[in-house]
Structure formats: structure tokens, C-alpha cells
Design a protein around this ligand. Sequence first.
Ligand code: PEP
Length: 251
Amino acid sequence: MRQCYIAGNWKMHKTRPQSADLAKELVAALKDGSNKYLVAPSFTNLEAVAAVIKGTNIRLGAQNCACEEEGAHTGEVSVLQLKDLGVQTIILGHSERRHSYKEDDALINKKLKLALKHGFEVILCIGELLEEREAGKANAVCETQTVQGLAGVSEAELANVVIAYEPVWAIGTGKTATPEDAEAVHAFVRGLIAKQYSQAAADKIVIQYGGSVKPDNAAELMAKENIDGALVGGASLKTETFAPIAKWNAK
Ligand code: PEP
């Protein structure tokens, strides 16, 4: 059975003390939770949050990484630096990186392979734009992003990959995919993994849903067979909205 995995992407929110305070609250709120948990603060706040969540059931995530290990890359942050801070997981291919910062599948794949080489877990985000969904291309877009994002990744390495299906039109907009629409894409992506790798790999891979997940819609989404948790943005910024999502347990 796949473990339900709830991740909070704090994006470019919060100062160091604010991040540490939220992390402290979450440690207390989730200490008895049975799901897998992650928080991904800004780079500048990783060290402060690491100190708070060390030894707890909450993993430390980064929101991005550079595609090279080190060198002349002004403004970038390397996997070596992230490892040094205690980061365990890197979120890659988030729609804000794809669309606002023009990251393409080839770049995301390069980052993903580098992160896996250094022993990180990767959350690979995929998802279609509204016009792509309206044109009936949601599955095709997710197929391209999945296949190209995972190009050259072995089945053994895939054990450290989580996929997050995040329809772009649902991120930060308050619009959520219906549980049925989300489930259809999740099932499609799991089928792709079966085709590209094996049925065993497909059965094992965790596929999170992301896009305006809130306490009042999370349960319905995560109850679906192929939805194994959530990648949460806005609602992850407060304990009172993240904890009820994170503590969900019905499978
Ligand atoms: C996200 O940033 O990955 C996300 C899903 O954001 P929100 O929950 O705010 O839509």
C-alpha cells in the first residue's frame, strides 16, 4: 500500500523566524500523524527550519535546485549546498518554474537526474494549462512532462521519485479539479509508469495532487484510488489549514 504523502510548498513566503514558528507548530500538530510529511521553505529559511524539524516525522524540502553541481552560476543553489543544510527532497518542475521562469522538460530532467544522483527524493510536478485542458490535451501534456522529465531515470532511481499532478489552472486560484478529473489523470500517469517501467513501479509510485487543496476538499480528493496525498501551497502556510489536510487518514 502506498503511504499518503502530504507536502507543504511555502513558496516565497515567510521570514526566518516566521518559518521556524510555523515549523514548531507543525511538529506539535503532526507528531502523531501517520502520513508522510514535508515542508519546503525558501532557501534562506532552510537552516532555521531544519533545526526545528530535525528528528521529527517532517522532512525538509527545497523548492528548486541548480542543474549543475557548482561553478559560475550566479543566483543559483546547488544540490551540494542543499545536502549540507539537511534537505532530503527537492521539488522540481513546479508550474511557476515552468511558466514564470521558462524551465523546460530538458532542464527539469537535468536537475532531476542530478538530484537523484546525490541521493535526494524528487517531487516532479506536472500539469496542464487551462487552454490545454479545454483542448482535450491534459493527458498528452502530462505524458510529455512525465516521460521527458524522467528520461534516463532507471527503475531503481524511480523509487526516489514522487509525481505531483498540479493542473496549472488550479494553482493558487481557488479552483480545484474535481476528484473525478484529478483521478482520471492520476490513473493515466500511473499507467504511463507501468508502460515505461513496470506494473510494480506503477503500483509503488506516489502521485500527489496539487491545486487549491484545502481542508474542505482534501479528503474527497485523497480518497481516490490513485491520489496518494497532496502538494499544498496556500493552505500550507498556516497550521490550522495544513494540519487538518495532513492528518487525513482514510486509506
Ligand atoms: C502549489 O504551489 O504547488 C500549489 C498547489 O499551490 P495552491 O495549493 O496554493 O494552489
